[in-house]
Design a binder for this molecule. Sequence first.
Ligand SMILES: [Zn+2]
Length: 373
Amino acid sequence: MAQLKCGTVVSIMDSIAPRKLAEEWDNVGLIIGDSSSNVNKIMVSLDLPVWVVDEAVENNVDMIITHHPIIFNPIKKINSDTALGKKIIKLIKNNISVYSSHTNYDIAQNGLNDIFAKQLGFEKTEIIKTTSQEKLFKIVVYIPEGFEDKILEEMSKAGAGCIGNYSNCSFRVKGTGTFQPMEGANPFIGQVDRLEKVDEYRLETIVPESKLNQVIKAMLAAHPYEEVAYDVYELKNQGQSYGLGRIGYLENEITLSSYASFIKKTLNLENIRFYGPSDALIKTVAMLNGSGNSFINAARHAGADVIITGDLQYHQALDALEEGIYAIDAGHFGTEKIMIKALSDCLRNILEKNGYNVEVIESKTNTDIMKNV
Ligand SMILES: [Zn+2]
């Protein structure tokens, strides 16, 4: 059984929620730790208050994955005068690494925004605010006859040729390739100092930026030529869109108060607030786990009747009502607590598939700090 390293967990987390998707103001990635250290136990938590650090120490955890970054604003001192300083010292003394996946996990495909929408019953949703679009590239490669299918297969396996629900998309034309091996060459076909004319295919396919390097590597590994002729073009076509917040459509209209009750039950909450008339009818639902104050306008422009989020402030809610959108405040913790189980399950799955025998535990002390009477 292979020994899991902290750096490998970083790569796995990058495959779940690429760091480049994070908002500019965010602080994501390996915040504390040594990527060469061994990891035998991982704990997943939404937040990292001191009691969660204690829980990790008691459970011999080597690495903590959180949603909210432990360090958000730059700090000038790490000492025991502050709660943050104490936590950092305790984590380092106990060889515990901390990795945070925040807005990148919200935004990622099948990330927290999608998980939250699915939890509320929306299978199909649209993005409220697009934050990035993946670049697309075209690769053209010249292949001697007989190798074209194998090379296409390897490039497709590495992630090329996907258009919508279609894989292995490519185009090929037959033609004549020419080359003259020079002194020092070790040609697959032909001889030094003699012009060769070879039946070749010009194979072209499409590839997203995130897969470009691995597709080129796979193509070069499968190609028989010593020097492979290939071109990479950046396309104007846009690839996958990424963004924050989701819009979903209810099958039938429902009153605001009934919908708030449904959300309370579905999210297993002790308390919920809603802003708007109890009998107002809603059908188009905007969702943003966490703090959604700054999203109210975007949700309204996207055509939402109501926004479900957390941390709603009085004046923002008042503005929302004046602008014609209702709001349901299900709490910051209430809308994000599902992340602990969802990410733990996802990690267990990937680690097991890759042959790592590592325990992933879910924090039990990271509970809602807001109580009701
Ligand atoms: Zn949050």
